[in-house]
Design a protein around this ligand. Structure first.
Ligand SMILES: [Zn+2]
Ligand SMILES: [Zn+2]
Length: 246
């Protein structure tokens, strides 16, 4: 199975969700129209759990009493109000005075239960009012082995390992001195980005040997390498872009 990179990189997205759901409540997406792509969550809507890859049936959405807002939300509202007041003092277009009861980022109490266990005890979650949810179709599918919404953790992990192996194979095939991005030679007339220190992708090339073309095509690899390179604490050394002619 081919998994898109954004899934591999941590932005998991269920394969079967085409609809984004928004919570009910005053001030939350007030102009939302029901379309093929967006809907208002109701009792009975099946959403993907925000932390797990499980299907959850919405049992209830409750407003929080204002004096019981969790600390984090109190603080966020105070900051929001302060920013609004600053804006309102210099502009007539700051909009209406923010109210807790209609603030779209207020906490809501979302009550859900596993969609396949109608008699299970529902669980309560505090969620930001304008937080979008993946909405599952009534006939949603799950992985037969782990019951997760596809792609399940096993599949994404497997895909990551496969991707990692393919990447290692590709890197090992690059001749020494060539661009670690595209694998092609870097002639003396081409601009290049060199990273000092150990070569993170081809340690066998020795120190100060990581090099890339300084061109658009290879810039993705450069930023990927730079990120890993900085994580290793090498950012006190500057990658150099030689003056040279283009
Ligand atoms: Zn699975
Ligand atoms: Zn290149």
């Amino acid at each position: 199975m081919r998994i898109p990179m954004r899934v591999l990189m941590g932005h998991w997205q269920p394969q079967q969700c085409r609809v984004t759901g928004y919570l009910p409540g005053e001030g939350i997406m007030p102009y939302l129209t029901e379309t093929y792509h967006s809907t208002r969550i109701q009792v009975g809507t099946i959403v993907v759990h925000p932390l797990e890859r499980t299907a959850q049936e919405v049992v209830e959405v409750r407003e929080y009493p204002e004096d019981l807002w969790p600390e984090k939300y109190q603080k966020a509202f105070a900051d929001y109000l302060e920013a609004w007041e600053r804006q309102a003092s210099v502009s007539r277009h700051a909009g209406e005075h923010p109210e807790r009861s209609t603030w779209d980022q207020r906490p809501l109490n979302l009550v859900m239960r596993p969609a396949d266990q109608p008699s299970a005890e529902p669980s309560h979650w505090t969620v930001r009012g304008n937080r979008p949810f993946y909405v599952l179709p009534e006939h949603y599918s799950v992985c037969r082995l782990c019951n997760e919404i596809p792609p399940c953790n096993h599949v994404t992990t497997e895909a990551m390992v496969d991707h990692e192996m393919a990447n290692t194979e590709r890197l090992m095939a690059i001749p020494a001195g060539c661009c670690l991005g595209c694998g092609e030679p870097i002639t003396s007339r081409m601009k290049a980005v060199r990273f000092p220190g150990p070569n993170l992708w081809r340690p066998d090339w020795g120190t100060d040997s990581a090099v890339f073309h300084a061109r658009e095509n290879c810039s993705g690899s450069v930023s990927f390498y730079r990120q890993q390179w900085q994580e290793k604490g090498h950012d006190e050394l500057q990658p150099e872009l030689p003056e040279g002619d283009a």
